[in-house]
Design a protein around this ligand. Sequence first.
Ligand SMILES: [Zn+2]
Length: 136
Amino acid sequence: MSTMSQKRSFLYSVVNVKCLRCREGNMFPKGTLYSTKFADMNKACPCCGQVFEPEVGYYYGAMYVSFAFNVAIFLVGFFILYQLVEEVTMLMMMGLMAVTVVVLLPVIFRLSRVLWINIFIHYEGPCDQIPKKAHS
Ligand SMILES: [Zn+2]
């Protein structure tokens, strides 16, 4: 672990939604985060060939991860709001929830997927040093 460069740390790959096998290829095409294509994932790693969706329904569990993200962000937002205003109204709560769920949806969607795939795919090395997986 200690020989790994900072650029390819686990955190770096999660935040940048990189392939977790090589930490170089993008899991999602560039520049689509805030577009209607935010959910379109690359089928396989453009660098090492790791398939990102081995079977249908693979990301079902990622829903729980994104739910946890939403709850955590909502609680943090609520706490901040609680410090800022005298009384937190229902309208503020709904606004906060809307911001959390809608505005952050693409970010949370991708983060939950990269964290979910982390259960199954682990770092093997830089993509020019590990065997390429054949694209299906
Ligand atoms: Zn890869």
